[in-house]
Design a protein around this ligand. Structure first.
Ligand SMILES: CC(C)[C@H](C(=O)O)[C@@H](O)C(=O)O
Ligand code: SF4
Length: 478
């Protein structure tokens, strides 16, 4: 049998039908929905008098529009959502899931959280499955070895109605990382560096498989962070082969298989790796030892630089389009070429988003903040756990106290300041150190200036009031 890549194995296992032009019908194992991209899909089903084909394969959870302030009052009553459009979308999700019989974690459920945090956490996202969601960061679930990608609202409707999707096979791309990451350099720094290296179009038309010892040694949460930003590198999806770490992470999760089914699943999952001799359409090699804690300077996730670096001169780029884009970025960001990144002051801190809001992220930020205070430069800083369960775990470890004693706010789970769709916004002209994944113009609010960083780097910026190399704040071992 010919040697196949991990992507090809998962793809082949899901093809229901193939047309002569190469278009395929793919079976979808798991569908996750949130309030923003599902209402029209349900409306269309209702109009056509159709049902959801396999309701048990869809999981619904609100995250984008939900405010992250208290959701119930002292008497335990639900606090209404002020923004009428958000309130309407949230009610629609609640009603649609009830009407169509879909499992729903509501706003006050401890299982509520960001779709991409909830899926793996519940064991809904499994190795070798196809997972879709009307959301571009669905690639995140590739961290457990799932083929996961974002789809549009009309495709959400198609999946609800048929549990299949019409697709063309992607090309394969390998991002091979060699060597080890240095101290203070995290999965977030690595993926930002990768996106900076390949560019936002580097993965276009491809599914990336991340390969190398670095990934084998990574926790699942770190792998989720890496795969999450595959879309910022233009890829359709990102994958890391499942291994013993994956199985240990998933075992006994509420929606993971149990008993004999578990054993059978693991036996299958063990076959899910790229075969010796399989070839990729594209291959990129990254030297991990060269990566510093990384920050962005511009308005594209590819605008990355090590923290010891400087804001680049737009003219230093060979491509005239990139020169113009960099020029516009620097104007928007209020930065000048040659400026040291470590001298850039920030006023806002956001620790959260589907990239960095799991318990290990909370711990990494708390580690830096423990016993320290937020700098007077910081006007607003929030820590937003990715799910109610992350929140409970963090509180059990006393991390919430570390954050609040330092001077940051501790919030309810949701997308929050990752994008300006809810009340959490960075004010115009102000700068944030943010653990999210996009630094687009206006992403965190109109006129907001975003610098993407890791949780430890966001915590370091909170302490010093400027972008800071977290390694300078490293403590002596106790
Ligand atoms: C609102 C939603 C459709 C959007 C996405 O697709 O990614 C959001 O999650 C984002 O991160 O920009
Ligand atoms: S946290 Fe941000 S990136 Fe992730 S799904 Fe929500 S809005 Fe999109």
């Amino acid at each position: 049998m010919t040697a196949r890549t991990l992507y090809e194995k998962i793809w082949d296992a899901h093809v229901v039908a193939q047309r002569e032009d190469g278009t395929c019908l793919i079976f979808i194992d798991r569908h996750i929905i949130h309030e923003v991209t599902s209402p029209q899909a349900f409306e269309a089903l209702r109009k056509a008098g159709r049902k959801v084909r396999r309701p048990e394969l869809t999981l619904a959870v609100p995250d984008h529009n939900l405010p992250t302030t208290a959701r119930v009052d002292a008497a335990g009553k639900r606090i209404p959502i002020a923004d009428p459009q958000s309130a309407q979308q949230l009610t629609a999700l609640e009603e649609n899931t009830r009407e169509f019989g879909i499992h729903y974690f509501g706003a006050t459920s401890p299982q509520q959280g960001i779709v991409h945090v909830v899926g793996p956490e519940q064991g809904f996202s499994l190795p070798g499955t196809t997972i879709v969601c009307g959301d571009s960061h669905t690639a995140c679930h590739g961290g457990v070895g799932a083929l996961a990608f974002g789809i549009g609202t009309s495709e959400v409707e198609h999946v609800l109605a048929t549990q299949t999707l019409q697709l063309r096979k992607s090309k394969t791309m390998e991002v091979r990382v060699e060597g080890d990451l240095g101290p203070g350099v995290t999965a977030k720094d690595l993926i930002m560096h990768i996106v900076g290296t390949i560019g936002t179009a580097g993965g276009t038309g491809h599914v990336i498989e991340y390969r190398g010892k670095v990934f084998e040694q990574m926790s699942i949460e770190a792998r989720l962070t890496v795969c999450n930003m595959s879309i910022e590198g233009g890829a359709r999806a990102g994958l890391i082969a499942p291994d013993e770490t994956t199985f240990a992470y998933l075992k006994d999760r509420p929606l993971a298989p149990k008993g004999a089914e578990w054993d059978e699943a693991v036996a299958y999952w063990k076959t899910l790796h790229t075969d010796e001799g399989a070839t990729f359409d594209k291959s990129v090699v990254i030297d991990a030892t060269l990566i510093e804690p990384t920050v962005t300077w511009g308005t594209s996730p590819e605008d990355t630089v090590g923290i010891s670096g400087e804001v680049p001169d737009p003219m230093s780029f060979a491509d005239p389009n990139k020169q113009r884009a960099a020029q516009a970025s620097l104007e928007y960001m209020g930065l000048t070429p040659g400026q040291k990144l470590a001298e850039v002051e920030v006023q806002n801190i956001f620790i959260g988003s589907c990239t960095n809001s799991r318990i290990e992220d909370m711990r990494a930020a708390a580690e830096v903040l423990r016993g320290r205070k937020v700098h007077p430069n910081i006007k607003w800083g929030i820590v937003v756990p990715g799910s109610g369960l992350v929140k409970l775990q963090a509180e059990a470890e006393g991390l919430d106290k570390v954050f609040t004693e330092a001077g940051l706010e501790w919030r309810e789970p949701g997308c929050s300041a990752c994008l300006g769709m809810n009340p959490d916004k960075v004010p115009p002209g102000e700068r944030s150190a943010s653990t999210s994944n996009r630094n687009f113009v206006g992403r965190q609010g109109p006129g907001a200036r975003t610098h993407l960083v890791s949780p430890a780097m966001a915590a370091a910026a909170a302490v010093t009031g400027r972008l800071t190399d977290v390694r300078e704040l490293a403590r002596e071992p106790a």
